[in-house]
Design a binder for this molecule. Structure first.
Ligand code: SF4
Ligand code: F3S
Length: 112
């Protein structure tokens, strides 16, 4: 199994998650992070760190699409291990439905 980043990360990107990952398997896009499913060791420590409750185990229903989403972008975005400020609109957009369709950017983040 793996943990994956899901919809509510998009347009928030709090980045609290990256500091606790023992294998540094988070990757940064312009307005979201993803986890590399083949690098995640399923420890679960990142899940409670996310203020947006965006990190889920792939054992929950309907996660296949998110596993493929995480894998796709983890292979093209830069690694991120250092926490940074959330996006300016994070508080406003936290909890909105359908953020992937409304806001998602395929552009890479800066990493770091
Ligand atoms: Fe990293 Fe553990 Fe979270 Fe996987 S579950 S992304 S290994 S902190
Ligand atoms: Fe995203 Fe939550 Fe990490 S909002 S950047 S998964 S702390």
């Amino acid at each position: 199994m793996t943990y994956v980043v899901t919809d509510n990360c998009i347009a928030c990107k709090y980045t609290d998650c990256v500091e606790v990952c023992p294998v540094d398997c988070f990757y940064e896009g312009e307005n979201a992070l993803v986890i590399h499913p083949d690098e995640c060791i399923d420890c679960g420590v990142c899940e409670p760190e996310c203020p947006a409750d965006a990190i889920r185990p792939d054992t929950e229903p309907d996660m296949d699409e998110w596993v493929e989403f995480n894998r796709k972008y983890a292979e093209i975005w830069p690694n991120i291990v250092t926490r940074k400020d959330p996006l300016p609109e994070a508080a406003e957009r936290d909890g909105e439905a359908g953020k992937r369709d409304k806001y998602f950017s395929e552009a890479p983040g800066e990493g770091g």
